[in-house]
Design a protein. Structure first.
Length: 258
């Protein structure tokens, strides 16, 4: 995922974790993904995760009034936050928070697609130094697990202009998945299928962030040792080269060697 100065509008630009305990989140993700940390300028309850000195993710503590399970949220770059919010509502989604100002020339918002999968969008500059391609410890790509891949792809494609004539990405259907690529690099995968109706956090439609690791088995072991759990072990995936992990506060994410 590229910084917004390089990425075109509609492309992934950032991922953020909302966690009940900032300290616990820092300790867990340091152990599993090897991250280091620095302040953000947004206050003591926010930190930027670094890998190899480059910013890869944001982590913030949930307000006391919003205490609950941790959750990873992907953000997409947009040129006009207000127009994007209107497009989301027109197409059956909801905008829950924002767009809100974040410093000079930056605005962000949280939204949900028609099936309830939460995502964010951002306009303005993001942090410099973001990895320009998939790198160890950084987000490799995003995956949406939902009920109807085609309906979801239409929603996001229309909101973010994925298939616009002036766009530089390709949208393809492969192996029952919709795959979005930029210059051959996979940005997002939309996977449909049997998602249960009950609003359980592990089965409802949601975006997953895939983090690249050199050894999936070692990452699984590190997660367990740090108090996390394994929602989908490597041998249960189609290739054995990825696993879905859950941090001690309930935040789901994927580690992948692919």
């Amino acid at each position: 995922m590229k910084p917004i100065g390089q990425a075109r509008p509609g492309f992934p630009c950032w991922v953020s974790l909302a966690a009940p305990s900032l300290q616990a989140a820092q300790e867990f993700y340091t152990a599993v993904l090897g991250w280091t940390w620095r302040p953000t300028g947004l206050g003591e309850e926010f930190r930027t995760a670094l890998f190899g000195g480059a910013p890869v993710a944001g982590v913030g503590a949930l307000a006391d009034s919003l205490r609950g399970a941790a959750a990873w949220t992907p953000f997409f770059a947009v040129a006009d936050a207000d127009a994007t919010a209107a497009h989301i509502r027109e197409r059956g989604g909801t905008v829950g928070v924002g767009p809100l100002p974040f410093g000079t020339g930056r605005r962000a918002a949280l939204a949900a697609d028609p099936d309830g999968a939460v995502f964010g969008f951002w306009t303005g500059e993001t942090l410099p130094g973001r990895p320009s391609g998939p790198a160890e410890g950084a987000p490799a790509w995003l995956e949406l697990r939902t009920r109807d891949a085609f309906a979801a792809a239409l929603f996001y494609g229309e909101v973010f202009g994925w298939a616009a004539p002036e766009g530089s990405c390709t949208v393809e259907y492969e192996n029952d998945e919709v795959i979005v690529r930029e210059e051959g690099h996979k940005l997002a995968v939309v996977h449909g299928g049997a998602v249960e109706q009950a609003p359980h956090p592990r089965v409802r439609p949601r975006w997953y962030v895939h983090f690249r690791v050199p050894d999936v088995t070692a990452a699984v072991a590190a997660a367990r040792a740090a108090g996390g759990t394994v929602a989908l072990p490597p041998d249960a995936s189609s290739t054995g080269r990825q696993a879905i992990l859950c941090d001690p506060d309930g935040g789901l994410f994927t580690v992948t060697a692919a």
